[in-house]
Design a binder for this molecule. Structure first.
Ligand code: OOB
Length: 549
């Protein structure tokens, strides 16, 4: 059974093929072509393991065969949550090979997120890691299986008292090598390959169906723009499943170019600097808060960064003040990246003058990316003025998975995706990101949908009204602040945090601050007036006085 998605109009699809954007090749071709071209080259370095392209292929074949023997079929869905280890790519390619469509949850996602994804896609297969606190015992897994009865197969990375061990499958050559059992008819490239995760602004996280054709194009075009080749040694320190380190150009770009991916467990300088030195890394990608940590750490460790030539920064706005320090203090060339899991990715070009690379967040990577910047009435604003960014193109999706009501708001009649970002277009087409109209907090690149947390807070018996807002933070860029109207006795913040955790809210989504007020400003129709509240909060923060009357 095919996974449904909103297709591109037929005449545009034909045009994308004609222009060579869509090649009608499955994403698994990325691995296959390197197995042909340079099978013994190292594809991934993960701790002490140096894994060649052919090893990646053999392992993903074994897992594909195993899953096929267990009855998984093209069109079935999987929920995968793995840390930054080579097993992530093994699973990614194995599932591509048999056409099983995964949601790759980020490793810091919590119970609430996993339930929401599983409920939406009804997976047959769960691939998780016992390195995650939720999967050290079988308790949560049992709850998930009970709530989502479609789950029939559980594979666990790491030592585990439940499920089938991933390493057992990968090392079992006798059972799963013999002439590839799977070799299914290749998945059509205009079908869904996997789901990306939306940063979200609504109550339930939205899933983004990415097709082989559109995603493969975004990878090839990223590789071209960033001029990657087989000498590229890319440090993957951001969560491997995120669109930025996966495809911008990310690990898949490195594989496509025949380069090497060096996996770091996290982006801290303590984890990354020694890996950069040990493996002669020349490209890395970070979110702005990690850049600040690198800048602090660098003076005593300058030697470690000798091989690093390019540093990509994206996921959240990099302040010009921090941007200015990057090249002289880290000795690298800065590239800003403004992308989104829905598609559009903007890069500053390697040849852009420094002043532009410090100021702008890049320009669309494809000549076929269409950009509109509009005012509140939906009318185009002149260049140089700020407006809401809309986009469509050969790798920007036309709809979220199974979300017709939200799609009607997020995509217009002409298929433009309303990104929720406020931008200014410069003369050369570069974009400056100046703000946001979507109800989201961008906490150092990690996105929090305000409504999701407000709903959780309002489920607390003492909370009458809740609004989650963004507050400026020097390191994180933004942090979250919950403004609450409560019944007496007002709950303690420690209790509210505990309560949210007990409901499965991931740590990074727990409000950094709480404020208790008597009333919240309301709009004419009686909804919380978040715009007014946000400006009151911003004003009071800058004047450093009490928040609200
Ligand atoms: C990336 O993807 P998502 O889906 O986690 O988040 C997308 C949103 C954008 O709509 C924008 O609000 C924000 O994150 N954003 C930036 C930014 N890059 C992303 N805001 C300001 N400056 C930037 N450079 O975050 C993502 C996907 C692919 C590549 C890079 C980032």
């Amino acid at each position: 059974m095919k996974v449904p998605f909103t297709p591109w109009p037929a005449e545009l699809a034909a045009e994308y093929r004609k222009q060579g954007y869509w090649l009608d090749l499955p994403l698994s071709d990325i691995l296959e072509r390197q197995v042909q071209a340079k099978r013994d080259a190292i594809a991934v370095i993960c701790e002490s393991r140096q894994v060649s392209y052919s090893q990646l292929d053999i392992w993903s074949d074994r897992l594909a065969n195993y899953l096929q023997l267990r009855g998984l079929q093209s069109g079935d869905r999987a929920l995968v949550q793995l840390p930054n280890r080579v097993e992530f790519y093994v699973c990614f390619f194995a599932l591509l090979k048999i056409g099983v469509v995964p949601v790759n949850a980020l490793f810091n996602h919590g119970r609430m997120d996993l339930f929401a994804y599983a409920n939406q896609v009804q997976p047959k297969l769960l691939i998780v890691s016992s390195r995650h606190s939720l999967f050290k015992t079988r308790e949560f897994c049992d709850q998930l299986c009970q709530a989502v009865p479609s789950i029939s197969e559980i594979v666990v990375e790491g030592d585990s008292p439940f499920g089938v061990g991933l390493n057992t499958i990968l090392s079992c050559s006798a059972s799963y090598d013999a002439p590839s059992i799977y070799r299914p008819k290749p998945t059509a490239a205009d079908e869904v390959a996997f789901f990306q995760l939306s940063g979200g602004s609504t109550g339930t996280p939205k899933l983004i169906p990415r097709t082989h054709n559109d995603y493969y194009y975004s990878i090839r075009q990223s590789v071209a723009v960033c001029q990657w080749n087989s000498s590229t040694r890319y440090l993957c320190a951001l969560p491997a499943a995120h669109n930025f380190p996966l495809s911008s150009p990310g690990a898949l770009g490195a594989f496509y170019a025949g380069g090497c991916v060096v996996l770091a467990p996290d982006p801290s300088p303590a984890s990354c600097f020694k890996l950069i030195a040990a493996h002669q890394v020349n490209w890395a990608a970070l979110v702005p808060p990690a850049v600040i940590l690198w800048l602090e750490f660098a003076p005593q460790h300058q030697e470690a960064l000798r091989s690093l030539q390019y540093l990509q920064v994206g996921g959240a706005r990099l302040s010009e003040h921090v941007a200015k320090r990057v090249e002289p203090e880290l000795g690298v060339h800065l590239q800003q990246v403004f992308g989104m899991a829905e598609g559009l990715v903007n890069y500053t070009r390697l040849s852009d003058p420094l002043a532009l690379r410090l100021r702008a967040q890049g320009r669309p990577m494809s000549p076929a990316d269409e950009i509109r910047v509009v005012d509140e009435a939906g009318l185009a604003v002149p260049p140089g003025q700020t407006g809401a960014l809309l986009t469509r193109g050969p790798y920007t999706v036309r709809g979220y998975f199974a979300a017709p009501n939200h799609n009607a708001l997020a995509f217009d009649d002409e298929g433009f995706y309303h990104t929720g970002d406020l931008v200014t277009v410069l003369e050369d087409g570069s974009l400056l990101v100046s703000g946001r109209i979507k109800d989201q907090i961008n906490r150092g690149g990690e996105k929090i949908a305000a409504q999701e947390i407000e709903n959780e807070l309002m489920a607390h018996p003492q909370v009458r009204l809740a609004a989650l807002l963004s507050v400026a933070d020097e390191v994180m860029g933004e942090k979250s602040c919950a403004v609450l109207v409560c019944h007496a006795p007002v709950p303690k913040t420690i209790e509210l945090r505990k309560y949210l955790r007990s409901r499965g809210v991931a740590d990074f989504k727990i409000p950094d601050r709480f404020m208790f007020v008597d009333a919240l400003p309301l709009t004419a129709v009686g909804k919380v007036d978040k715009k007014r509240l946000q400006s009151q909060l911003t004003l009071s923060a800058s004047a450093d006085r009490a928040l609200l009357p």
